[in-house]
Ligand binder design. Structure first.
Ligand code: C5P
Length: 299
C-alpha cells in the first residue's frame, strides 16, 4: 500500500510582523496564498524509516530524522500507536530555504500521507495540532487556498478570493535562514519597536474582487528590508521585475525568492523569459494561485 500526497508552495501576499515576543516568535498579520509549484511526498510501509529525495532540489534536503517530514511521521505514528518504519519519497520541486515554505509543505504532506497509511483515524483537529507543533507555516500548508494567519502565522481564517492570480517566482540556489532574517529585522527596527501588524482592508478587497492590479499595489512584506539588507541583490531583482511591467513585487516570506504579480499568464511567461535573461537570478518560474493544500493523489 502506497499513498502519494501533492502539496503546494506559498507566498505571503501581505506579511506584517510585530515585535519579538517572549517565546522568541513574532506576532504576525499575514495573508497566505498557495501556489502551483508542488512537492510530492509518497509513503509506504518498510522495515525501517528512510527518506529518499528526488527532483530538482533533492540535494538540498536532509534525509535523516532532522527533516520536518520525519518528525511529522513520528507524530502520527505516536498518535496511532504504530512504529514509524516507513519509506518516504520526497519529490522536491519547491525551492529550499527560499521563503516558499517548502519544508513546511513536506511536513504537512507527510502528516496527511501517514494518516492515510494508518487508517485515517487522526482527525482534522489533531492533525492541525500536530501541524502547529511542527512549525508556524505547516497549518497553512494543510489548508492551502488563501488564508489570514495571526499568532505565529498558525491561527488561520479563510480569505475570499475570485479567480486565479498569476505569479512569477525568481529563485536562487543559495537560501536565506528564516531566524537570521527575523533577527535582522529586529536589529533594523531597534528595541523600541512595538507596533502590532494589521492587514489592510484594501488588500482583502482586491483578493475578493480578483483584482490583480489592486492586489499588486498592496503587496507588502515587513521582512523584505531585512532580506535585502542580508542579500542586497534582491533589491535589484525587485526593481528589474517592476521595470518589466510586473503589477507588484515582493520578497516571499523570509526570502530570497522574489514573487512578482502579473496581469495574466502571457505576461507572466514574458517576465520569466526576461528574468532568466537578466543574469540577476538563478531561476524563474510561472505559478498560479490559490490552489488546494496537501491532498492525496488518487491512484
Ligand atoms: O515556526 P518556524 O519553525 O517556521 O520558525 C522558524 C524561525 O523563524 C523561528 O525559530 C523564529 O526565529 C522565526 N519566526 C518568528 N516569528 C514567527 C515565525 C517564525 O520569529 N511568527
Amino acid at each position: 500500500m502506497e499513498f502519494a500526497v501533492r502539496v503546494p508552495a506559498k507566498v505571503n501576499v501581505y506579511l506584517g510582523v510585530g515585535p519579538r515576543e517572549d517565546n522568541g516568535f513574532h506576532g504576525l498579520a499575514t495573508v497566505f496564498q498557495s501556489l502551483s509549484v508542488y512537492d510530492e511526498v509518497t509513503i509506504e510501509a518498510a522495515s525501517e524509516f528512510s527518506i529518499v529525495a528526488q527532483g530538482e532540489w533533492r540535494d538540498s534536503i536532509p534525509t535523516d530524522s532532522s527533516n520536518l517530514a520525519a518528525k511529522a511521521v513520528e507524530l502520527v505514528a505516536q498518535a496511532t500507536r504504530h512504529e514509524p518504519s516507513v519509506k518516504l519519497t520526497i519529490d522536491k520541486s519547491i525551492p529550499v530555504a527560499a521563503g516558499l515554505a517548502g519544508g513546511s509543505a513536506d511536513a504537512a504532506a507527510a502528516l496527511v500521507a501517514a494518516d492515510a497509511l494508518w487508517g485515517n483515524v487522526v482527525g482534522r483537529d489533531a492533525l492541525e495540532d500536530m501541524a502547529d507543533s511542527l512549525g508556524s507555516d505547516v497549518a497553512f500548508m494543510l489548508h492551502g487556498g488563501c488564508a489570514l494567519g495571526t499568532g505565529r502565522g498558525n491561527i488561520l481564517s479563510p480569505v475570499m478570493t475570485r479567480g486565479s492570480f498569476h505569479w512569477v517566482l525568481a529563485t536562487f540556489k543559495d537560501g536565506l535562514s528564516t531566524p537570521a532574517v527575523y533577527s535582522k529585522l529586529d536589529e533594523l527596527r531597534g528595541e523600541d519597536f512595538f507596533e502590532e501588524p494589521e492587514v489592510p482592508t484594501e488588500l482583502l478587497a482586491a483578493l475578493a474582487q480578483g483584482n490583480a492590479v489592486d492586489l499588486g499595489k498592496h503587496l507588502h512584506n515587513d521582512l523584505q528590508r531585512a532580506a535585502i539588507a542580508l542579500r542586497p541583490q534582491l533589491g535589484k531583482v525587485l526593481d528589474f521585475g517592476l521595470e518589466q511591467g510586473a503589477l507588484g513585487g515582493i520578497v516571499s516570506g523570509s526570502g530570497p525568492t522574489c514573487a512578482f504579480l502579473a496581469h495574466d499568464e502571457g505576461s507572466a511567461i514574458d517576465l520569466v523569459v526576461k528574468l532568466l535573461g537578466s543574469g540577476l537570478v538563478d531561476g524563474a518560474l510561472h505559478a498560479h494561485g490559490p490552489v488546494h493544500g496537501a491532498r492525496i493523489i488518487p491512484q
